[in-house]
Every structure is written in C-alpha cells, then in structure tokens.
Design a binder for this molecule. Structure first.
Ligand code: ZN
Length: 148
C-alpha cells in the first residue's frame, strides 16, 4: 500500500476535524437522528431544519475519529441550502467516491471539496467513518431516529 495515514488525513480533513463547522445542536430542529459506527466508535447527532424540500440549517455534535468528524463538518457545510433530492444524489456519489468506485465527473451536483475523501477507499475500515454523517442525515430526513 503506497498511501499512509498522512495522505489520508489531508489538510482539509485535519482542519475540519480540529475546527468543525456547524458544531452544536439546533434548538428547533424539524428533523434529527443519531448515528453510530461500531467498527470505530464514532458517534454523531445531527439536527436540521427543513423548509419545503430545502435544508435551511444543519448542525452536528459528535465524537470519534478525525475522518468521521471532518466528514460531518464538510457535509453540513455542503448540504446547507440544498434540496433533499440533490442531497440524495450527492450522497450516492460520495459513497461511491470513498469506496473507490468510479465516479462520473460530469454528474451534478459536483462533489467539490468532498473529493478530499477520495483516499479513503485505500482503507476499507475507514469507509464507514466517512459515510456515517451521510447515513445519519438520510435517517434524519426519512424520520428514523438512528442511522443503520
Ligand atoms: Zn472512525
């Protein structure tokens, strides 16, 4: 394996894990869910306010490895203001990216900054760390209390 953890924990990931964006909990969420990744011990609680089909506000609280917390931070930054259909499609593309599958570069919405997680595919144990926040968001939007 050519990659080491230094490559995986790139600058953007380290920055977001140390200074998470949208940290905390909304006082008046319309949706919320808990996420747990037993393989690593990562935990997340995501609260959001949805108006119509649009995510107006989203925050998260959590504890766990740098990948899981940075992924949650980058996710909240990315999905704020997006509509839920676009988020579902973005979530699918993100999952393919971290699993090391082919991702259609021309598809919308673009992954943008989320591409910093492309190295995760080299570390299968870390895939669930990176996708936990997206599973938890999906659970919240579907009205489930916990991600599975
Ligand atoms: Zn983890």
């Amino acid at each position: 394996m050519d990659l080491d953890l230094g490559d995986l924990y790139g600058e953007v990931i380290l920055d977001h894990s140390r200074k998470p964006r949208n940290a905390g909990a909304l006082e008046d969420p319309t949706h919320q869910a808990n996420g747990h990744n037993p393989l690593c011990g990562d935990r997340l609680h995501v609260t959001l306010r949805v108006a119509g089909e649009t995510i107006e506000e989203i925050r998260f609280e959590g504890a766990g490895c740098a990948i899981s917390q940075a992924s949650a931070s980058l996710m909240t930054e990315r999905v704020k203001g997006m509509d839920t259909a676009a988020i579902a499609s973005l979530s699918e593309r993100f999952r393919a990216l971290v699993k090391g599958e082919d991702v259609d570069e021309d598809a919308e919405p673009e992954l943008d900054k989320l591409e910093v997680f492309s190295g995760v595919g080299e570390f299968p144990m870390r895939v669930k760390c990176a996708t936990l926040s997206w599973h938890t968001l999906a659970a919240a939007l579907e009205g489930r209390e916990t991600a599975s």
